[in-house]
Write a protein that binds this ligand. Structure first.
Ligand SMILES: CC(C)(COP(=O)(O)OP(=O)(O)OC[C@H]1O[C@@H](n2cnc3c(N)ncnc32)[C@H](O)[C@@H]1OP(=O)(O)O)[C@@H](O)C(=O)NCCC(=O)NCCS
Length: 240
């Protein structure tokens, strides 16, 4: 489909249902979920385990072939935690798995297929036992994690830094740099004096943003007819 053929009211009701699903099934899975969450296709997002907090204005995108999985598996049923700040972006296929502690700051962006883990999950010399090493992962504000990168146990990533696509990060990353490769190394420095626009800026007035996008939907979709939309579902043509 090249265009959204849904009538405005169909999309509006779809968004209401999506929001209801998030509040009904995903919010109770968190210790805290901030206001203005945008969970797209939330039925493909799984949140499991104790002590999971997600801040306000989180954008989390589920896809059928690329589920988002956020899970804590501590050494007992109350331990381990994941704390995710405000304004984060979590793209399809991202997995965040904590045995101990994963802290993710405000405005952090995770591209498709990012994997963050604070454990190796198995002992090297006794594969029947889970690893007991305590190795928290801390990702500071405004970090950008590129497509299919992996953040391994014990890593701290400093503010604003970027992890390039497919990088494997096994050592700490300072603030304001780009790292790439396996194992990831610094390939570039960001200019800390250049002003940076963050997701916190973008979401500075989330209510206004919602009203804006609703206005765009109204403008773009209001001429779409119900019967024509039904036709596109069963008999789409090249102009749809
Ligand atoms: C991290 C990134 C944004 C940096 O872009 P950039 O500032 O233009 O960086 P450059 O292309 O100048 O690369 C700097 C160096 O790192 C290397 N490099 C960049 N990305 C790399 C990667 N993913 N793996 C290995 N090396 C990489 C470049 O070859 C270059 O090496 P050189 O200095 O020896 O020539 C970009 O490389 C990247 O990974 N983009 C993908 C972002 C993404 O996943 N987006 C998804 C949507 S959120």
């Amino acid at each position: 489909m090249r265009q959204d053929r849904r009538p405005y009211w169909v999309k509006k009701n779809y968004l209401r249902f999506r929001s209801w699903y998030t509040q009904q099934f995903l919010k109770p899975a968190c210790d805290y979920l901030g206001d203005y969450p945008t969970f797209m296709k939330p039925w493909y997002i799984s949140i499991s385990g104790p002590n999971i907090e997600i801040g306000r204005c989180a954008t989390v995108i589920g896809e059928p072939e690329n589920r988002v999985k956020i899970g804590v598996w501590g050494k007992d049923e109350k331990s381990g935690r994941i704390k995710i700040g405000d304004y984060v972006l979590i793209s399809p296929g991202t997995r965040i798995s904590a045995a101990n502690e994963i802290l993710i700051g405000d405005g952090v962006m995770m591209a498709n297929g990012v994997y963050i883990t604070d454990s190796d999950w198995h002992e090297l010399y006794d594969r029947s036992r889970r690893s007991e090493a305590v190795t928290p992962v801390h990702i500071a504000n405004n970090v950008w994690l590129g497509d299919r990168c992996t953040i391994l146990k014990g890593v701290t990533i400093g503010e604003n830094s970027v992890v390039a696509a497919c990088a494997v990060v096994s050592k700490d990353v300072p603030a304001n740099v780009i790292v790439a490769g396996n194992p990831a190394v610094v390939v570039k420095e960001l200019d800390p004096d250049r002003p940076m626009k963050t997701r916190a800026d973008y979401f500075s007035n989330p209510a206004q943003l919602e009203t804006f996008f609703d206005g765009v939907d109204k403008m773009v979709l209001s001429n779409n007819g119900f019967l024509n939309w039904l036709r596109t579902l069963i008999m789409p043509n090249a102009r749809d």
